[in-house]
Write a protein that binds this ligand. Sequence first.
Ligand SMILES: CC(C)(COP(=O)(O)OP(=O)(O)OC[C@H]1O[C@@H](n2cnc3c(N)ncnc32)[C@H](O)[C@@H]1OP(=O)(O)O)[C@@H](O)C(=O)NCCC(=O)NCCS
Length: 139
Amino acid sequence: MKINSEIKLTLVSKSDAQFLYGLLKERESNVNISHKKMPTYTQHIKFIESKPYSKWYIIRLGNQKIGSAYLSKQNEIGIFITKNIHIKKLGTTALNILIKKNRRKRYLANINPKNKKSISFFKKNGFELIQHTFELELS
Ligand SMILES: CC(C)(COP(=O)(O)OP(=O)(O)OC[C@H]1O[C@@H](n2cnc3c(N)ncnc32)[C@H](O)[C@@H]1OP(=O)(O)O)[C@@H](O)C(=O)NCCC(=O)NCCS
């Protein structure tokens, strides 16, 4: 599809902070597995500056920022597309570009079991379920 050939991944820079914060706000609670509450903008800036991932990209359609994709230091993949964008196979295109740019033997994706859309997305792209992890948190 022509439009998908115009999808690009560019590395995150400080100037993307606002866009990424907006994207974070959009996430429904069922998507969110690791951040239970929204960070403040200052915390968010610090997070970006801490270089938390092996690679962190903005997904672009031409000049328009339409999502974000990362590969963690443990080869975990995350893909987030902004809600107002509906392009068929966009997630798959972004995933394929990320993998092409970063060849690894094995990739992981931590998905909230309630996030049915994401589960079928990763399954469709060849991922297999290997574990459900339980957590006990004491304060
Ligand atoms: C998950 C996400 C990246 C998928 O992107 P996408 O562009 O919708 O995915 P694709 O169009 O490439 O779809 C590929 C497959 O995913 C599944 N899928 C996509 N949207 C779906 C939906 N609404 N319901 C059920 N399955 C869906 C289908 O199996 C689909 O294959 P098909 O088109 O042959 O039916 C995107 O929906 C997103 O950003 N979600 C919010 C963030 C998130 O949950 N990220 C995952 C955590 S890492």
